[in-house]
Design a protein around this ligand. Structure first.
Ligand code: CAA
Length: 270
């Protein structure tokens, strides 16, 4: 029996469910649910998101996660009302964005399904995921400059790595919003689809990943993310060791045997 904390916990700011993928592992679905404030990311909501992701990550019946908002907003940023009166030392002691580092430790892939506003912390949360499926009406931005601050949950780093210095500078220094098509061309977004279909598309992408051998999926994610931290030489070495490690899995034996025997592989997830 797997641990289903994500289904039994009484969440107040998110909706959590499992989506069946016929004959494959399931998708863990998390929907941000503060629609009155465009899913502003207050501390309680982020505690719940991180807990739900970690719980899905531990559940052997789940192969991939999808994180979404609603058509109008993925999330319009960190909750400004929660920070408006805070001073530097209070923010330092609160260290609320440190919790976001735990998202980086999630082993299974996480797909952001984004429609409407993905601003400030909302854009940063989408970028903390592994892929972004966007609706045509998605709007990405880092408007913190208009509040007298800068991005604080990864925006200056992840946006720059995703779309390059020139465009990241423009977005962060002007605070202006960019459309989904432009962000697709810039390399931030995996695919852009009709606004009525963005969640279905993200779930379909997740379903496809859920049909793949689990350990190889997690190792591939780990190797790709390492490329952000390492030199090319260290990165190639890391990749190679991970590649060799996969030769210890039953799925490697099965995958190669199935190819030779011209049949479909039956994955065991180990
Ligand atoms: N925090 C708290 N409340 C927010 C919010 C936020 N980030 N974004 C929107 N809301 C609230 C509004 O206050 C409003 O609430 P009330 O009805 O109680 O007044 C409600 O959501 C609807 O918002 P609007 O009436 O403003 O909706 P709009 O359609 O006219 O405008 C918008 C939409 C352009 C997104 C506008 O809401 C906006 O500019 N929001 C703030 C965006 C922003 O600056 N985000 C960065 C936050 S700082 C951050 O994220 C730091 C970091 O790096 C982590």
């Amino acid at each position: 029996m797997s641990d289903k904390n994500h289904l039994t916990k009484p969440y107040n700011n998110i909706l959590v469910s499992e989506v069946e993928n016929k004959g494959a592992l399931m998708t863990g679905l998390i929907q941000l649910n503060r629609p009155d404030v465009l899913n502003a990311l207050n501390i309680d909501l982020m505690i719940e998101v991180v807990e739900a992701l970690e719980s899905f990550d531990k559940d052997p019946e789940i192969g991939c996660m999808v994180l979404t908002g609603n058509k109008k907003a993925f999330a319009a940023g960190a909750d400004i009302k929660e920070m408006a009166e805070a001073g530097a030392i209070e923010m330092l002691l609160r260290d609320q964005f440190a919790r976001w580092d735990r998202i980086r430790k999630i082993k299974k892939p996480v797909i952001a399904a984004v429609s409407g506003f993905a601003l400030g912390g909302g854009c940063e949360l989408a970028m903390s995921c592994d892929m972004i499926v966007a609706s045509e009406s998605a709007r990405f931005g880092q408007p913190e400059i208009n509040l007298g601050v800068t991005p604080g949950a990864g925006g200056t780093q992840r946006l720059t790595k995703a779309i390059g210095k020139a465009r990241a500078m423009e977005m962060i220094l002007t605070g202006k919003m960019m459309g989904a098509a432009e962000m697709f061309e810039a390399g931030l977004v995996t695919k852009v689809v009709d606004t009525d279909l963005y969640l279905d598309e993200a779930l379909e992408l997740s379903r496809e990943i859920c049909t793949k051998p689990t350990v190889a999926v997690q190792i591939a994610k780990e190797s790709i993310l390492k490329s952000f931290d390492l030199t090319i030489e260290s990165g190639l070495e890391f990749e190679r060791k991970n590649f060799y490690l996969l030769f210890a899995t039953e799925d490697k034996s099965e995958g190669m045997k199935a190819f030779v025997e011209k049949r479909k592989a039956q994955w065991k997830g180990k």
